[in-house]
Design a protein around this ligand. Sequence first.
Ligand SMILES: [Zn+2]
Ligand SMILES: [Zn+2]
Length: 180
Amino acid sequence: MELPKFKYSPNAYSIDVFENEEDICSICNEERNIRYTGSFYSIDEPNYICPWCIADGSAAKMYDGEFNDYCGIEGVSPKPKDPKLKISKEFLLEITKKTPSYKSWQQERWMTHCNEPCAFIGYADTETIEPLLEELKDDIENNRYGADFIKSNLSKDGSLVGYLFQCLHCNQHRLHVDYY
Ligand SMILES: [Zn+2]
Ligand SMILES: [Zn+2]
């Protein structure tokens, strides 16, 4: 059976948020062999979420939960002087309710561009960003960790981790950096 695809997380099955495990999905009650292990914010915790129940929104609906924090989407909680958000609510809900998260220690952040959420491409290290430095200039420079520190220390699983996004309209890459 073909796995469902996620518009905003095209590489969902290779970013370490699913594992192979046979069991009954807590939502659809089907016997599945792939289980979601990423974050899910809800009061009651489902034992097993399959990718189909993420993609069609049924897991989020049944548990009134979110895979990605609404306020973590870039532009949702702007500072007073920031421009008003122009992203439609429908796109925002697709991120929170129908898109698997990615692995991070802190609250995930979802980058946006061209008035729509970007697609999460994967974890990024210094090598990943090397050919994209010009494109990522703003994200690297307007960052509390400093451009030089990022350019030399970014890793996929160390303490300074890069998260690479890409705009679905103009293909512009965006970078989120987390330090822990
Ligand atoms: Zn299911
Ligand atoms: Zn764009």
